[in-house]
Design a protein around this ligand. Sequence first.
Ligand code: NI
Length: 184
Amino acid sequence: MAILPIVTYNDDVLREKAKPVTEFNEETKELIDNMFETMYNSDGVGLAAPQIGVSLRIFVIDADNMLEEEDEKPGPLAFINPEIVEKSGRKIPLDEGCLSIPEVTDKVIRPEGVKVTFKDQNFEDREIDADGWVSRVIQHEYDHLEGILFIDYLSLFRKRMHKNDLKEIEEGKREVKYPVRPKL
Ligand code: NI
């Protein structure tokens, strides 16, 4: 397994629509293992393949630490070729951050629940009905596969508030606790 550098917010690969996975082999498994290791190393709760420079429809999550004792815990889960088949509940604001945009957080409004179909890390077909933080992480990571970042949802005013942070990240001047790869 290997810890891979995470690309930062202005990298072009984060703006591409990622391609469906068609090969289900050892290489795919290794990629997923590396994504989990990279996510844990950076204390993240989710990581999408484009964030390590791979434009494929895969993301991994492990949001168990964010959940309450009594919540159902899905554990470490890979989503290969995920489809959001239903969004439900109220639209609620929650604080989001992103490993590609270190130390920037802001409130994003999204539906409470999602139903998603996908293949997991064992290449088995799965369906999950998620709410709370798990739903939030899934929606954030799914966006990465569509070339969308959470800052895209912010008002011009809120974006302006983060302008200096973004500039610092863009110029590779921000100190980050995990390996990052600023755009060359
Ligand atoms: Ni992100």
